[in-house]
Design a protein around this ligand. Structure first.
Ligand code: ATP
Ligand code: MG
Length: 209
């Protein structure tokens, strides 16, 4: 699961928990982007974003933080990360890219996005305020690329190449709203783990005194 995680919050964690359960994943790697090619520089330096992810996943034996994108001086391309993970796993083991609906709808703008299907399966979670996830409601380019890949159940997927659209408990939480709330001096408690909030206060992130 990739993201800027600026900061990581319960929307990310719950997505990972529900999708991991749906697919029967042995392990979920949270991989904060170093230099996201897609968007402006994150508000927060990557070591802080990684440290917050580490705090968020501590205590869940199935979750781990992965620093490979943060450690790389190059832009963070998902295709490169999945290529590296695939090389580590070998060709036979299933690998799943976890995304929310808004990220998935932007897939055709990602670097070498057509190659992603050869490397991993993709599971897409619904997200409040994102476009609803129905096969026939996808934009043309995306529909053409994925319609023959859609599976209704993770059991129907092989090591790579399938796409599973899946509802999750709607949590209308975003890092943007958390940054904004903190910046205005308001409480973000219960939107993200206390351990992450403690880190934000310790390091005076997002305008905290
Ligand atoms: P920002 O507001 O800065 O864009 P964000 O909350 O969208 O932050 P990202 O790091 O951009 O978080 O998202 C990482 C991944 O998590 C994306 O695939 C995104 O779709 C998904 N995601 C984030 N929040 C939610 C949520 N509340 N429900 C479902 N998916 C989510
Ligand atoms: Mg986002």
């Amino acid at each position: 699961m990739g993201g800027t995680f600026d900061p990581v919050h319960y929307g990310h964690l719950r997505l990972a928990e529900e999708m991991a359960e749906a697919v029967g994943l042995a392990r979920v790697l949270f991989i904060p982007a170093g230099q996201p090619p897609h968007r402006g520089a994150p508000r927060t330096e990557s070591p802080h974003r990684l440290a917050m992810v580490r705090r968020a996943v501590a205590g869940n034996p199935r979750f781990a933080a992965d620093s490979r994108e943060v450690d790389s001086p190059r832009p963070s391309y998902t295709v490169d990360t999945l290529t590296a993970l695939r090389a580590e796993l070998g060709d036979a083991r299933p690998l799943w890219l976890l995304t929310g609906a808004d990220a998935f709808l932007g897939l055709p703008t990602w670097h070498e996005w057509q190659l992603l299907f050869g490397l991993a399966n993709i599971i897409v979670a619904t997200r409040p305020r994102a476009q609803p996830l129905a096969a026939d409601a996808l934009p043309d380019t995306l529909r053409d690329a994925v319609s023959h890949r859609l599976v209704a159940d993770a059991g129907d997927a092989g090591p790579a190449g399938s796409v599973l659209l899946r509802p999750m408990t709607p949590l209308d939480i975003s890092a943007t709203a958390i940054r904004d709330t903190l910046g205005r001096g308001r409480s973000a408690r219960y939107l993200l783990p206390d351990a992450v909030l403690d880190y934000i206060h310790e390091h005076h992130l997002y305008g905290q005194p």
